[in-house]
Design a protein around this ligand. Structure first.
Ligand SMILES: [Zn+2]
Length: 295
């Protein structure tokens, strides 16, 4: 068919309207900074997400590195050693989880045997190299940040330059930082969900300013996305103000999150598309890669 010049011009006009109507998506690599490989995902014998299944999900979403932690730590050890991990080209950054079982969630901060377990695990390391952090841990009551074992672990983390992945509220961020030898100036604290209770953006901003190494991981963060899964204006402004301080993660805390892994990563790609390319790349990959010395 012969296309006349006016028809071609019209076609171009239509195509450019379509391009404008379809917002950009982030297309680059992802660093999943909040990944659990818990017992129920795969206990070594059964379970719906053996390493081949977990790694297939990462690979098809272009997740090239992960902060791996698990209850118990055997899951992380498995991922760190798996042939499938190497074949998928996924870099494992292992963290020591403080939980052997469900009871530990509400007791770890005062249980000496947790401190001993962490020491033993750190000494053991993983097939993907030494542990690089502690966590994820939870504090359901901020005051437990001052529990004797919580205090010792924070000192240990700062001294050994281990990052800490903490699911806590904004009050506990101040308490944990106060317990670090540097008073929070040298502790690499990753704030899981950047506050799952949704402290105001202004409060998050103030904490980022006070603690230079505080990083915000953004899974489940209330108020982050608005209509159509796009970035809410106040969050876009905050991220642009602190482009080096945010990261994304899957938080596969239950098997349902493994089932929804593709959807979670698509969601990130959607709102990352609302940011300038260089900022999107840092949130998706660069900030975590820098933190752990990956290329
Ligand atoms: Zn988690």
């Amino acid at each position: 068919m012969k296309t006349t010049a006016p028809a071609a011009a019209m076609l171009l006009a239509v195509l450019s309207t379509v391009a404008q109507a379809t917002p950009a998506q982030y297309e680059g690599p992802l660093f999943d900074t909040h990944l659990h490989y818990n017992q129920e995902a795969w206990d070594g014998n059964t379970g719906p997400f053996p390493p081949s299944e977990a790694l297939a999900r990462m690979k098809r979403n272009d997740v090239r590195a992960i902060i791996a932690n698990s209850r118990p730590n055997a899951g992380t050890q498995t991922l760190a050693a798996a042939r499938e991990t190497r074949e998928a080209g996924v870099t494992v950054v292992p963290f020591v989880r403080l939980y052997r079982n469900r009871d530990d969630y509400t007791n770890w901060f005062r249980d000496e045997t947790i401190y001993e377990m962490v020491q033993a695990e750190l000494a053991r390391g993983t097939a993907s190299g030494p542990y690089r952090g502690l966590g994820e841990f939870h504090l359901y009551d901020s005051a437990d940040a001052n529990g004797p074992v919580a205090k010792k672990l924070i000192v240990l983390a700062e001294q050994k330059k281990l990052a800490v992945l903490a699911h806590v509220d904004d009050v506990a961020i101040d308490l944990l930082m106060a317990n670090a030898p540097s008073k929070g100036q040298a502790l690499r604290l990753i704030w899981a969900h950047t506050g799952i209770g949704g402290p105001p953006v202004e409060r998050v901003r103030a904490l980022l300013e006070r603690y230079p190494l505080l990083m915000g991981e953004l899974s489940y963060r209330p108020g982050l996305t608005c209509e159509g899964g796009r970035l809410c204006p106040e969050w876009r402004a905050l991220i642009l103000m602190y482009p080096g301080r945010f990261m994304v993660g899957s938080d596969t805390w239950v098997n349902q999150r493994w089932s929804a892994y593709d959807e979670t990563m698509r969601g990130y790609r959607t709102w990352l598309g609302d940011l300038p390319d260089d900022v999107a790349q840092r949130i998706a990959w660069g900030n975590a890669a820098t933190l752990f010395g990956l290329r």
